[in-house]
Design a protein around this ligand. Structure first.
Ligand SMILES: [Zn+2]
Length: 490
């Protein structure tokens, strides 16, 4: 008998401190595919859907693709957008009467429709599919796990890496657990244990402690009958009650008690080692001083603008580091990127090879003022490229209409759509060779490491203002359950 497996991808990491709301247009600009468009787009990619499709081919499933929607992290998702995606997903369930449902979710979506966006999707899917149809989802390592998500799913599978280089593998793990469930080899249930921690993004890198050992312990707790134990660092910039750290196991019902104990042990170890989540950062002044004298023989100095990361919902138009580099006269620098559609329009109007005066960046959040610059238009493009590095390999992303502006020896990629610059194609697609720069500035917190560590001479995590600032005391939390470390101290 051929099994029918319905697949969908509805993903958003919502930064509730952002002033930009996330509507349908934002999904259209980032990644939105429907029905028959989905399989050709995602087959062979290192994505959740890519992983589902690999296993579906092995198992001979009939795949029912419904919707694949992802938007650059930002403010709250509009009701209109979430309704449109959920309606398409539910219509697919109604029409195909599937044997199973596999979802690629994020786990930190906040919507006008429902503050617990992912819990809402899972609840609606469960209602439509019925209790007997297994429902499993992959989640980002930055998921905030609500009880409702656990109640309405049969499996929740988190990425084990940050940078997230195992998204496709996580999709395969979920799909294999689904195959075992469909053939009667697994009676899945989910256990969750939490720790009173709200770690900011940079400290969740999985190459560093304590995440490295916590993930090792999670791996040790897995077995044929416990297909996944995930460590979720949580997403500190979604001010929702469930924001924070959790450990989730997907286990055969017969091993639920043991798996719960294992998860509780990992959560307790994270709490015991809470001070290892403390970290110090490079100031803008220190970064500029180092950049001024940088000898790039061993590779460029990479300054990560960790707080203004659009991949965590920041505006990507912060100017503090760029302005300081310009003031210090640092040259041979490439910056990715500044989001400023009006500046791109002005560059298009001026044309390639012409010069113009613009007020660049600093228009959206409180992360630096617009800077008045005279810029030379080096190139104009549609800003689209396909990732070649280890993360989301093969996935197409876009800054949309894009200008490379040269300002006093600094090449700045200026885009019309917010996109995290984590793949070197961000430069190469614009005719800028990252290896030949003396200094690189990237608006990314951690993901750039996957592909840029081999290129960079040295990396500095620079603390400038932005909506992914590791200084959580700068945010006005109202809903998150307290106390949390480090927000409330000891
Ligand atoms: Zn993430």
């Amino acid at each position: 008998m051929t099994e029918t497996v319905l697949v969908a991808r509805i993903k958003h990491e919502t930064n509730t401190f952002s002033s930009l709301s996330t509507g349908r247009a934002e999904f259209e600009s980032t990644s939105l595919f429907r029905g028959g468009e989905i399989v050709p787009e995602f087959r062979g990619t290192n994505t959740d859907l890519g992983g589902f499709l690999r296993v579906a081919d092995e198992e001979g499933w009939e795949v029912v693709p419904t919707v694949a929607a992802n938007a650059t992290p930002g403010g709250v998702v509009t009701a209109d957008a979430l309704d449109a995606f959920v309606e398409r997903l539910l219509a697919g369930i109604e029409e195909s009467d599937p044997d199973a449902v596999l979802l690629g979710l994020h786990g930190a979506m906040v919507s006008e429709r429902d503050r617990d966006g992912d819990g809402y999707i899972l609840e609606r899917v469960r209602e439509a599919a019925g209790e007997d149809v297994p429902v499993m989802a992959t989640l980002d390592l930055h998921a905030n796990i609500s009880d409702r998500m656990v109640d309405h799913a049969d499996g929740l599978f988190g990425y084990d890496t940050y940078p997230h280089v195992d998204i496709g593998e996580t999709g395969e793990t979920a799909a294999r657990a689904m195959a075992a469930t469909l053939n009667g080899g697994l009676d899945p249930t989910i256990v969750v244990e939490r720790a009173p921690l709200l770690p900011p993004l940079p400290v969740l890198q999985t190459a560093d402690e304590p995440m490295a050992s916590l993930l090792d312990a999670a791996g040790d707790a897995e077995s044929a009958q416990v297909p996944d134990v995930s460590v979720f660092g949580g997403f500190a910039y979604a001010d929702v009650p469930e924001a924070g750290f959790s450990v989730v196991g997907v286990t055969d019902e017969s091993l639920a008690d043991e798996t719960r104990d294992d998860c509780a042990g990992i959560a307790a170890e994270a709490d015991d080692r809470r001070h290892e989540f403390d970290r110090s950062y490079t100031s803008v002044a220190e970064a500029v001083e180092e950049a001024s004298g940088w000898d790039a023989t061993e590779g460029p100095l990479l300054l990560a603008d960790i707080a203004d990361n659009p991949g965590g919902g920041s505006a990507e138009d912060g100017t503090v580091i760029l302005e300081a580099l310009l003031e210090a006269g640092v040259e041979d620098v490439a910056v990715a990127a500044i989001y400023d559609p009006a500046a791109v329009d002005a560059a298009v109007e001026a044309g390639v090879g012409e010069s113009l005066s613009v007020e660049l960046g600093g228009h959206i959040e409180d992360n630096g003022d617009p800077i008045s610059v005279d810029a030379y238009v080096r190139s104009l493009s549609d800003g689209t490229y396909r990732n070649q590095g280890p993360m989301s390999t093969g996935l197409q992303v876009s800054f949309e209409r894009t200008a490379v502006l040269e300002i006093d020896g600094i090449d700045v990629i200026v885009g019309s759509h917010r996109q995290q610059p984590y793949d070197p194609e961000v430069f190469r697609s614009q005719g800028v060779t990252p290896e030949r720069q003396r200094v690189l500035v990237l608006k990314s917190t951690v993901h750039y490491r996957a592909a840029f560590e081999p290129i960079a001479g040295t990396i500095r995590e620079v603390s400038a203002p932005g909506l992914c600032s590791p200084d959580l005391s700068s945010f006005d939390y109202e809903q998150v359950q307290r106390p949390k470390y480090p927000l409330d101290g000891e």
